[in-house]
Write a protein that binds this ligand. Structure first.
Ligand code: ATP
Ligand code: MG
Length: 362
């Protein structure tokens, strides 16, 4: 069976370090293994409109931001198809048919959608499009026959919903759709990177992000005001690692070589953690180290982004070309779906003959 990857992001803002460790970094690694037959990376503008219907300009402005972040991180249009969801209308058609295979109560049980509804104060009036976006996501994944979907932990319920739709479709209409596999980050800290406030997941909608394109001074400011252990007041106090955002970020970003470069008095992260827990290690020192680590990780990304920013029409051209290719692939799947559902009347010669015979007998 072919190995196909699909994943994407909503153009509701620039991409942040949570996206990077949750999915983006993995995509680039997988892309560069050369193991995949096809890779599709989608800018999910139609999905972003489900909760931004009154603000299409926000979505429109952020498409290029996301595309620049993709290219800056190393997604390569020669190896990966970068495309815009709304430019592939077949995805809407697939969603429409999948809607018949999902119940309202099943959608109501989706824990990610539940918490997103709460976050957006949608309780009293949820837009239908938003409520059903897990179905549209199933269309996105299955349209490309994706076998692997690298995403953060919040996407688990969406992948479950997709698998259910695949099973239901295949059992009702015959083997047509391919079941995808979720690929979660293998590092625990990256499953759901917290925001700089230490509270919820880092999220564009919550304003607790460090963006991939952030300038060095701003990264530093955000790191130095980050949430740590509120009971760790004096340097000599023992510190806690649980819920300590600075250490979570070190878990997510620190490479062994950074110790030799920035903090040679420690061998590795375990030694640094042990000292913090014991007491005698101040937050400032750990924050200085994290700042150095993040600066080292983000500098090449920021610089590459600035290069791509110099030719914006070329970036739109990449998306246009990608969208065209994506549409061809989705159209083929849609054709197979409609044939399986027997709603391909004009290419169904048996149907036409059968009807002709039926009326000839009258
Ligand atoms: P929005 O608030 O508009 O939903 P978002 O920041 O949640 O934006 P998405 O575009 O919804 O970003 O998510 C894109 C991808 O990034 C998904 O695979 C998601 O799992 C992953 N992701 C988003 N935030 C994080 C995070 N804090 N930690 C790990 N992965 C994340
Ligand atoms: Mg999200």
């Amino acid at each position: 069976m072919k190995k196909i990857m699909l994943t994407g992001d909503r153009p509701t803002g620039r991409l942040h370090v949570g996206h990077y460790v949750g999915s983006l970094r993995r995509r680039v690694e997988l892309q560069n293994t050369g193991d995949f037959d096809d890779i599709f990376i989608m800018i999910a503008d139609a999905q972003a409109l489900t909760d931004n219907a009154d603000n299409p300009e926000k979505v429109r402005q952020n498409i290029i931001e996301v595309a620049l972040d993709y290219l800056a991180c190393g997604l390569d249009p020669e190896k990966s198809t970068l495309f815009i969801q709304s430019q592939v209308p077949e995805l809407c058609e697939l969603s429409f048919y999948y809607m018949n295979l999902v119940t309202v109560s099943r959608l109501q049980r989706n824990p990610t959608v539940k918490s997103e509804i709460q976050m957006r104060n949608f309780e009293a009036s949820i837009p239908v499009g938003f409520f059903t976006y897990p179905i549209s996501q199933a269309a996105d994944i299955t349209a490309f026959k994706a076998t692997v979907v690298p995403v953060g932990e919040d996407q688990m319920p969406m992948l479950e919903q997709t698998k259910e739709i695949v099973h239901k479709f295949n059992s009702v209409y015959g083997e047509t759709l391919v079941e995808p596999k979720i690929l979660l980050p293998d590092n625990e800290a990256c499953l759901r990177l917290p925001g700089t406030d230490g509270k919820a997941k880092m999220s564009k909608s919550l304003g607790n992000c460090i963006y991939l394109s952030e300038e060095p001074e701003d990264i530093k400011k955000k790191v130095f005001s980050m949430f740590t252990d509120p009971t760790h007041i004096r340097v000599e106090d023992p510190g806690r690692l649980e819920g300590n955002t600075v250490f979570t970020y070190l878990d997510a970003f620190c490479r062994p070589e950074y110790f030799a470069e920035f903090l040679p008095e420690y061998k590795d992260l375990d030694e640094l953690k042990a000292h913090y827990k014991r007491g005698g290690l101040g937050d400032m020192k750990v924050k200085r180290f994290l700042n150095n680590v993040l600066q080292a990780e983000l500098e090449p990304i920021r610089n590459r982004r600035k290069e791509f920013q110099k030719d914006i029409p070329a970036v739109y051209e990449i998306l246009k070309k990608g969208s065209k290719k994506a549409e061809q692939v989705a159209a083929q799947t849609l054709k197979e779906v409609k044939a399986a559902m027997k709603i391909d009347y004009f290419s169904d010669e048996a149907l036409i003959r059968e009807q002709a015979e039926k009326f000839a007998e009258e």
